[in-house]
Every structure is written in structure tokens, then in C-alpha cells.
Design a protein around this ligand. Structure first.
Ligand code: ZN
Length: 310
């Protein structure tokens, strides 16, 4: 497994130029040696005329280290990608596109936004394992802003919209603390929406501890542990999922001045990625690049209409 830097100084020393970044990506993408995406052949040579590009000895196809990844056709140097990935993955609260634009001195906000959006899509590991054991599950509403709302304030006249979100938190050691989490936008709190969330995020045999809402019982393969309480006491029965909900709302306001409805799920994915790696922040950089190197290319238009990604 590729190693990762454990401090900013170490990062700077290791990834100071394109060659160092490219070597790291090659090792991340092809840990057992180059494999041609065309024919599966492993015999290839590096082209001298094209940067970080292999030509397959079998079929002649040329593959650059970023071809077919989230970095496909990017005009940015790899060093910019690496800086952005490092800052996004290791900073405890993440970094907004505006902050990134300033930190990396990009000429345009769009460049920074696109980079952040692509990396954010690389924060959902396709092979992540479902939550297990005792899991608190509850719902909340997140207030989003539309494109034309001011980033803060609004004087009570802005068109804020509440989006429904379901959260799940593994409870470690009989309630000593939270384990891993999941957060998903849902269209409603119906049994079909909630069961779909449970099926996608909880391992068979896990126990879903809920407030007893009628949408939860009957999920296949799970043990249901309902605690029917008055609304005021839900945070007592389900303390960890409530703490996560409040953290995600504070984070959304603090880092992003509110989230946009259209991109809400990708921001939730970012929050989940960082929370689940809070004890291994520097290794999170490696995870992010690993997912990015395996993620299909995304265009600006695809990112602007996330529904097209589904
Ligand atoms: Zn080939």
C-alpha cells in the first residue's frame, strides 16, 4: 500500500513537483504494475514525448496516469490536485472552494469549485462496508439555500428549504462513543425510503435503534429496537445521531455558510468521509487519492446536475 505524508512539511517535501505526484499516482492506481485498460496487458513502456503516459506493448493504446480517473483532462498540474486533496482530507473541517482558491492562488473561483467538487465525489468509497452492531438511526431536516440566497442572513425573506436527511451512527462500547456514520438525503420518511436507507447502510444482523417512527419496523434482515418517546427526549434516547446532526449543521454554516440543496448529498458524503477518518486524518489523504484514481471522469456539466450522476 502506498505510504502517506504525516505532516504538512513532509507533504511539501514529498510532493514538490509533478514527477513525485505522478509516481505516487502510478503506484496508487497500479499497485501491482501497469495494467492496460484496453486489453488488460501488463507489458508497456513510458513514452518520452508525452508526460506520464504508457504505451501498451500488446494493443498500442496510450494511457496517461490520469486518463479515465477523476483527474482526466484536467488542466491543473498534479501538484495542485495533491495540495487540494491533502487540505480537504486532513483539515478537520475541510476547506471551501473560496478558501482553496486563495490558498492555491487559482485565477478563478470556478477552477477551485470544480476541483473541490471532483474531490468531494471521491469521498465516497465504493467498497465501504456497512455499519454493524448497535446503530442509532434517526431523521432530521437540513436548511439549504438556493443559488440566489445571500450566503448569510436573508432577513427572513430568503427562500430557504428544508431537506430531509436520515442518519445512522454505530454505537461503540455500550454507548461510550460513536463509531462510523452515514448520512443520506431522502425524499420522505416513508417506510420505503427508510428501508432503502437501512438496506444500503446497515449490515445484516445489525440492530437499528430508533425513536419508534412507523417507517422503520419491518426492514429485512435487521433487528429493530424502537424507543417510543416524546419529541423532547429523542436526544436522550439517541444521543449520538443527534450530536452528528447538530455537528453537520454547524459545519455547513461554518465552512460553507449553508449548503445548496442541489449538492447536499455530496456535502453529506464529505462530512461522513471526514468523520469516519477522524482518527486517521493523514491516511485519509491516501484514501481520497485512491478513490479519485479509480473514479470515472466527471465533467463540469455532470457536476452541475448531480441527478445525472445517479
Ligand atoms: Zn493494451
Amino acid at each position: 500500500m502506498t505510504d502517506f505524508p504525516r505532516s504538512l512539511i513532509e507533504f511539501q517535501q514529498r510532493f514538490g513537483d509533478e514527477a513525485a505526484c505522478a509516481q505516487y499516482l502510478i503506484a496508487t492506481r497500479w499497485p501491482d504494475g501497469f495494467v492496460c485498460p484496453g486489453c488488460g496487458g501488463s507489458k508497456a513502456w513510458r513514452l518520452e514525448t508525452k508526460a506520464w503516459t504508457f504505451e501498451c506493448a500488446g494493443c498500442g493504446r496510450q494511457t496517461s496516469v490520469t486518463a479515465g480517473t477523476i483527474m482526466h483532462h484536467s488542466k491543473l498540474p498534479l501538484t495542485a490536485w495533491f495540495w487540494a486533496a491533502y487540505l480537504m482530507a486532513t483539515h478537520s473541517n475541510g476547506i471551501s472552494a473560496l478558501q482553496l482558491q486563495r490558498q492555491l492562488a487559482f485565477g478563478s473561483y470556478k477552477t477551485a469549485w470544480l476541483l473541490c467538487a471532483k474531490l468531494r465525489c471521491s469521498m465516497l468509497a465504493p467498497d465501504r462496508s456497512p455499519l454493524a452492531g448497535l446503530v442509532e438511526v434517526d431523521e432530521t431536516e437540513i436548511t439549504c439555500r438556493s443559488k440566489n440566497d445571500p450566503v448569510s442572513g436573508g432577513g427572513g425573506r430568503s427562500h430557504h428549504r428544508k431537506i430531509l436527511v436520515v442518519g445512522a451512527v454505530e454505537v461503540e462500547d455500550n454507548g461510550a462513543g460513536p463509531g462510523r456514520i452515514r448520512l443520506n438525503q431522502v425524499p420522505d420518511y416513508s417506510a420505503s425510503s427508510l428501508h432503502a436507507f437501512l438496506a444500503a447502510n446497515l449490515a445484516p444482523g445489525a440492530t437499528a435503534k430508533t425513536d419508534g417512527w412507523s417507517g422503520y419496523p419491518g426492514a429485512v434482515g435487521l433487528i429493530h429496537d424502537p424507543h417510543v418517546v416524546g419529541k423532547m427526549a429523542a436526544h436522550v434516547i439517541l444521543p449520538w445521531v443527534h450530536r452528528i446532526f447538530s455537528n453537520v449543521k454547524v459545519w455547513a454554516l461554518g465552512v460553507y455558510h449553508g449548503l445548496r440543496r442541489k449538492h447536499l448529498q455530496s456535502y453529506l458524503d464529505e462530512f461522513v468521509f471526514r468523520f469516519n477518518r477522524r482518527r486517521t486524518r493523514h491516511a485519509a489523504f491516501r484514501s481520497l487519492l485512491r478513490i479519485a484514481a479509480a473514479h470515472r471522469p466527471l465533467t463540469y456539466n455532470m457536476l452541475l446536475s448531480p441527478e445525472a450522476l445517479a
